[in-house]
Design a protein around this ligand. Sequence first.
Ligand SMILES: [Zn+2]
Length: 488
Amino acid sequence: MSTPKLRLVPPVEQPADGLLRSWAQRNSDRTTPETPPAVGQLRFAFYGRVSTEDHQDPVSSRAWQRTRAEALIAGAGRITVEFFDVGRSRVLPWAARPAAAALIAALADPDREFDAIVVGEAERAFYGPQYEQMAPIFARHGVRVWVPDVGGPVDPEIGSLEELMALLGILSKREIVRARIRTVTSMTILTEKQGRFLGGRAPFGYRLVPIKPHPNPTHARWGRMQLGLAPDPTTAPIVEWMFAQRLAGMSYARIARALNDAHIPTPSAADRERNRHRAGLAWTVTSVAAILTNPRYTGHEVWQRTRTDHELIDPANTTLGHRDQVRHNRPDQWIISTDIAHTPLVSTADFIAVQGMRARPDAAKHEYLLAGLLICSACGRRMESCYANDHPGYRCRHGQNSATSPQNPRRLTYVREDRVLEHLAAMLIRLRMSEHTDDPPRRPIHEPATPTASETITFLRHNAITLTYNSDAKTLTANTPEKESIAI
Ligand SMILES: [Zn+2]
């Protein structure tokens, strides 16, 4: 009977450890260096890192990282020098973390005081492809990295580097992934099966009310109620009106202006207690769009409309590290409750119709023949193309914002396109007449005596001539030295 050898094995916490352990075991016969250094004599540089994102005290975090590192190298050697980064995120590359950068610099020193590197936790040292980036440097200086998660030194010369990197990638991201899987799973069940309100504040148009006893019997016994959404008597009609206007072809900007003109409180103003940090005094295109694209107004509970991507700042330069980016998921990635969870403010059919439409599809298709050619005489701005009352035209808001309702509104300047076109040929006749007296001529043109509107437009664009529209005098004036003018 031989005494079984005791081996310190970290407690099994998660399946990912098991995966890693089995991989490490398959490779255990190959991780021993060909020329092993004298066992017990190795000098180690300890690398650790703590950042504020961990919500950890740097002193205790450093202590347990170092303890884990010392446990790993017990019998192999001792730590002779320490490199520890405080307040540096894992997404930063090594060169951007001061202690890690110092460690890289020390590698090149032939008199350095260490033979190997040990870390307390792989994911603290290497995020994503960082090990892959650093491995050639370690190899060049003959230094191996000891990692507790692997159970010893990592030898990049053996085994599949890709496999190793995939595992290190899993390690570095596993907490994020685990948390996401846990959340997504429970949220999916709650949303799909129960259509439960998942917290947060009620969308504009709704308010939170107790709807039934809490599903947890203990909470229910205490008289706690499950909260749900119910239409708010004041704001629900506004949401219904907004969907109706959009269905009728009104643009987001026009809806915003109409709401501001009617002094309808914005979602932020309506929920002042929760939004004290936001100004939110006026409706904007963004706040209108946020409501008209929110599927929860159909009465369904919807989750996962956004996600946080952890991505490379520049895929062409991996050393720049990562950043978090909140993105909108495609609707096919949404989790939608099977049943109606709360009173709808818009029918599902109408909601879908609104998502597919643009303001006035016919307006979008129309080609504005005079785009860029007309200047507003009141303010000197270029007039903008607009489609109103089934006619293309041009308008100027004199610099006023599209969504705000100004204190002292000036009347808009507006002119219909067909009204300009029917008089435009007269402008070309005038321009040609003055052209023949010019010295030298601007551009010799030999055209028939009675020009058309489109010839005039071509001439104006060729010669970079703009027309200033005076809405009081109903005149168009060319910006030529002669200031040719026509009445329209
Ligand atoms: Zn103007």
